[in-house]
Design a protein around this ligand. Structure first.
Ligand code: SAM
Ligand code: MD0
Ligand code: SF4
Length: 364
C-alpha cells in the first residue's frame, strides 16, 4: 500500500498519526492525493456529524483596538481603517436579523476597545450586550473580544456567553512576537485556560501564510490537542492596506484546505469553520469538501457591519447570508442542522469539559 493510503487508513481507524506523517500530508501536492486526503476528512466528518452543518452569525460591534497586530487592518496605528462602535441596540438588531435568517450562534466580536476594556462601566456594558443578544435571539453566544482578565471572563460567562474565541495565530513564540506585536504569548494563552475554568467553551486558531514552517503547524496541532479547545480554525492570511504586512503575499489556498483536512483527521469530533471572511463565498465549497462543518462570518447585508480579514467582500451583495450560501451547501450535499442539534452539541461539549476537569483534579 502507498504511504498516503497507510496514513489515511490509520486516520480513518482513529490510530495515532506521527509528526512525520503529519508533515507528509502537509507536503501533498498531487491532485489525486489531495482528493484522497479530503475524502477521508469528509468521511470522518460524516461519521460524527452526518451531513449536517452549523452556521455562525458575525457581529463586529466595535472596530476600535488598542493593539498593533502586524497582520490586522484594525491595528491601532492604521489610520486608514474604518472605525465604528455600534450601540447595543444596533448590535442586538444585527444579531436578531441573523437569528431570524437561521444561524445557530451569534459571534460578538470587537477589537480590544478601551471603551469596553479600560473603563469602569465597560464590563457592565459587555454583560448587558451578551444578555440582550441571548434574550432576543435565544441563541448561544460566542465572545471574541481579544484578551480578557479573569474578572471579565467570569462575568461574561455568568451573563450567558457560551464560547470564548481567542486565536494564538501560531504556537511558535518567535513568530507570535512578530505577528502580535507587543503582546505576551503566555498571557494570551492563559486567558483561554481561565475561560475554560469559568465554564466557557474555547475556540483556538492559527493563521497560514505568515511565514510558519511545517514543524510550526505540527506544534500547533499538538498544542490544540492539549488546550481542549472544542472549535479549531485556520485562516489564510490576507494582506491589509496600511499595515506592516501589506506587501506580504497571500498564500495559495490549498495550504489552508490541507490544514482543515488535517484538523479533521486529527480531531474528527471538533467543530472546524469554513470562514467567509477569507474569500467571501468563493472557495467555500473547497473548505467544506476538506472537512469543515461550520460556516462562519455570516453578516446581514446593508447593516453597516464589517468583516475582519475581508472588510466588505460579499456583504452588501447578500452573499454572506444564509440565503447566499445555500446553493453551496446544496452542491456539497450537506444540510443546515436543526437548531436543536447545535444546542445538543454544545450541551454535551460543556458536560464533557466539566467531566474532564473533574478527572484532572482527581488525578492531581
Ligand atoms: N480583537 C480580537 C482578537 O484579536 O482576538 C477579536 C478579533 S479576531 C476575530 C481577529 C482574528 O481574525 C485574528 O485573531 C486573526 O486570526 C484573524 N485575522 C485578522 N486579520 C487577518 C488577516 N489580515 N488575514 C487573515 N486573518 C486575519
Ligand atoms: C470569522 N470574521 O468567523 C470572523 C472572525 C471571530 N470569532 C471570528 C475571524 O471568520
Ligand atoms: Fe486588534 Fe484583534 Fe486586530 Fe489584533 S487582531 S489588531 S487585537 S482587532
Amino acid at each position: 500500500m502507498k504511504n498516503l493510503d497507510v496514513i489515511l487508513d490509520k486516520a480513518y481507524n482513529r490510530q495515532v498519526i506521527s509528526d512525520d506523517e503529519v508533515k507528509f500530508l502537509l507536503g501533498l501536492n498531487d491532485e489525486k492525493d489531495l482528493a484522497a486526503l479530503y475524502l477521508t476528512a469528509r468521511d470522518l466528518k460524516q461519521r460524527y456529524f452526518s451531513n449536517k452543518l452549523f452556521l455562525y452569525g458575525f457581529v463586529y460591534f466595535s472596530t476600535y483596538c488598542r493593539n498593533d497586530c502586524a497582520f490586522c487592518f484594525y491595528r491601532e496605528s492604521n489610520g486608514s481603517s474604518r472605525r465604528y462602535r455600534k450601540t447595543v441596540s444596533e448590535a442586538v438588531g444585527s444579531a436578531y436579523r441573523l437569528a431570524d435568517s437561521g444561524v445557530h450562534l451569534i459571534d460578538l466580536t470587537m477589537g480590544e476597545d478601551p471603551f469596553y476594556l479600560q473603563s469602569e462601566s465597560g464590563l457592565k456594558k459587555l454583560e448587558s450586550l451578551v444578555t440582550q443578544v441571548k434574550s432576543t435571539t435565544k441563541l448561544p453566544v460566542m465572545i471574541s473580544p481579544g484578551l480578557l482578565s479573569v474578572e471579565y471572563l467570569s462575568a461574561l460567562s455568568k451573563a450567558g456567553a457560551d464560547w470564548y474565541a481567542c486565536y494564538q495565530e501560531t504556537h511558535n513564540r518567535e513568530l507570535f512576537s512578530r505577528l502580535r506585536l507587543g503582546q505576551d504569548y503566555d498571557r494570551r494563552f492563559l486567558a483561554k485556560q481561565q475561560a475554560r475554568e469559568t465554564g466557557l467553551l474555547i475556540e483556538e486558531g492559527i493563521l497560514t501564510g505568515v511565514g510558519e514552517s511545517r514543524s510550526d503547524i505540527v506544534t500547533s496541532m499538538k498544542v490544540m490537542k492539549e488546550t481542549g479547545a472544542q472549535q479549531l480554525r485556520v485562516m489564510s492570511f490576507n494582506p491589509q492596506a496600511g499595515t506592516p504586512m501589506s506587501d506580504h503575499p497571500t498564500p495559495n489556498r490549498f495550504q489552508e484546505f490541507k490544514i482543515i483536512a488535517l484538523m479533521r483527521l486529527l480531531f474528527p469530533q471538533k467543530l472546524i469553520p469554513a470562514s467567509l471572511d477569507i474569500d467571501g463565498v468563493k472557495n467555500l465549497k473547497y473548505r467544506l469538501d476538506a472537512g469543515a462543518n461550520v460556516i462562519t462570518s455570516l453578516i446581514p447585508p446593508l447593516s453597516g457591519f464589517s468583516g475582519v480579514s475581508q472588510v466588505e467582500l460579499d456583504i452588501n451583495e447578500g452573499y454572506r447570508s444564509v440565503d447566499g450560501v445555500k446553493h453551496v451547501i446544496d452542491e456539497s450535499e450537506l444540510e443546515i442542522a436543526p437548531a436543536s442539534e447545535y444546542l445538543r452539541w454544545i450541551t454535551d461539549a460543556k458536560k464533557k469539559a466539566i467531566q474532564k476537569s473533574t478527572i484532572c483534579e482527581a488525578v492531581i
